[in-house]
Design a protein around this ligand. Sequence first.
Ligand SMILES: Nc1ncnc2c1ncn2[C@@H]1O[C@H](COP(=O)(O)OP(=O)(O)O)[C@@H](O)[C@H]1O
Ligand SMILES: [Mg+2]
Length: 247
Amino acid sequence: MRFGGLKAVDDVSFKIREHTITGLIGPNGAGKTTLFNSIAGVYTPTAGQILFKGERIDGLPPHRIFHKGLVRTFQIPRPFPEMTVLENLLVVPPSQCGESFWNNWFQPARVREEEERNHDKACEIAKFLNLGHVLDLPCKNLSGGQQKLVEIGRALMADPSMILLDEPGAGVNPSLLAEIIDRISELHERGITFLLIEHNMDMVLNLCDPILVMANGRLLMEGDAQAVRSDPRVLDAYLGGEPEATS
Ligand SMILES: Nc1ncnc2c1ncn2[C@@H]1O[C@H](COP(=O)(O)OP(=O)(O)O)[C@@H](O)[C@H]1O
Ligand SMILES: [Mg+2]
């Protein structure tokens, strides 16, 4: 992915295996967000291919990728902070957009049924995420960690097979962090594939296998926590790649 003369993601090639929690780490400016945006359809890569379940998705608009079951939370319209947790879950578009339009036109009874089903689903997801007791609170009243859980809940409303998570641990207190890690593990056990960008090394090393390491737009290495921890190139990238702006 080029931006003018800059190759933000340069000849990066990897596969994400189904039913993994794959981590994506690297110093600032490594190209992680650009890679996420390319996968989610925000950018059309200037070269190369992206395949999801064997099908090319590069160049597709974000909503088409969303409806294939590859969900990044921002693909869902951003909620008003004044909206309640329940409302935030219910605004997620259903995974089959065309179908609900036709239902609406011809079968009002089925639409009501579907609304009820959606409501039940939202409540169930909220309960699973330990948000059952805050369903009717405006989102802005929740802690940072609870808001991360709402984001995950919103992704789950779309019945995704794969979720892209951008820093699920950022700004989250330790006890809620443990909760988030736990929920991600359980969803993973239920068959959802994750790709997550995270700066919290503990979280990455505990949760992710494999881990992709990027630096300067390139894929530096791929391996399990042990391999990443002991690879001198990784340490180099973090120490050399981004000097602290102190002296
Ligand atoms: N929309 C953009 N236009 C121009 N340059 C960009 C754009 N997005 C990112 N970049 C550049 O691409 C490089 C990778 O950025 P980014 O993907 O945000 O890295 P990371 O998420 O790993 O910190 C950086 O040099 C950044 O300045
Ligand atoms: Mg980034």
